[in-house]
Design a protein around this ligand. Structure first.
Ligand code: SAM
Length: 258
């Protein structure tokens, strides 16, 4: 694995993000994004369930036994998916990679440093502030890198995960090539995306979903499973307003090997 360029408060930085890039990145906005992502992913009790459970349900049969493996989540945000797997498989080595330092700080505070996180839900119509207690996982690390240029060695990972990332990448194809590069032969990719692309060129390249499946095959993946209409309702407030996402899920293995 490449060494980090430097550390910022214990978070290894594998990419040197410029001031302008920090300023431009919406995911670096603490109130707008870190709080929002924390409320979605770490405050199940206020929603009575985990709003993204459909992602876990889709993945469940495909990551049932990863007890001594290398597991990598890209675009991990506040770390809910990789944190959950790291707790479940304490002998596995887990990494969460994201391009936002602020997301990674929150992820590390909650999953690695065992801090108590205070979430102010009053602006969402809840009367109370919520405190959630973090974990002290020793088999999980978080680092800043671009999914399009990963610090991991080729053929080093058994399982690569990402949700709500692909359509946020400037170069989705490059991201997919990197996922393929770092996977071991027969390693597995689980990808969930709402296909909510930013640009006309990306819509053209990746839509309808069959184009994405053809691209995965061209890159060197065999598709094991896919789900076209995974509906996820992102909760907004106490009143019950939601944003509905219609996602596509893929499970694929890297071709080759025994
Ligand atoms: C919509 S959020 C999704 C977070 C989480 N995976 C989920 O399912 O809710 C997108 C995340 O991808 C990260 N991201 C955006 N571009 C990235 C890139 N090029 N490489 C790695 N992460 C990136 C953002 O910082 C953000 O945390």
């Amino acid at each position: 694995m490449k060494p980090p360029i430097h550390y910022r408060k214990q978070i290894p930085l594998f990419y040197e993000k410029s001031e302008a890039e920090y300023r431009k990145d919406p995911y670096e906005r603490y109130d707008g994004m870190v709080t929002k992502q924390s409320v979605i992913h770490l405050a199940d009790e206020v929603w009575k369930n985990y709003p993204m459970q459909a992602v876990f349900d889709f993945a469940e049969n495909h990551c049932a036994d990863y007890s001594e493996h290398n597991i990598l989540e890209l675009g991990c945000g506040v770390g809910r998916w990789i944190g959950t797997l790291a707790r479940r498989f304490p002998n596995s080595r887990c990494w969460g990679i994201d391009y936002s330092y602020q997301m990674l700080r929150r992820a590390s505070e909650f999953w690695v440093e065992g801090k108590e996180i205070l979430m102010d839900l009053t602006r969402r119509g809840f009367a109370e502030r919520l405190t959630v207690q973090g974990h002290q996982l020793q088999n999980l690390q978080f680092g800043l890198a671009k999914a399009e240029s990963l610090p991991f060695d080729s053929e080093s990972q058994d399982l690569v995960l990402n949700s709500f990332l692909l359509d946020r990448l400037q170069e989705p194809s490059k991201g997919l090539l990197e996922m393929h590069r770092v996977l071991k032969p027969k390693g597995k990719l689980i990808l969930v995306t709402p296909l909510n692309f930013y640009t006309a060129a990306q819509w053209e390249a990746f839509y309808p979903p069959v184009k994405l499946s053809l691209l995965l095959a061209k890159i060197g993946f065999d598709i094991l499973d896919w789900q076209e209409e995974m509906v996820i309702q992102e909760p907004m407030d106490f009143h019950g307003n939601v944003v509905t996402w219609k996602c596509l899920g893929f499970v694929a293995v890297k071709s080759g090997g025994n």
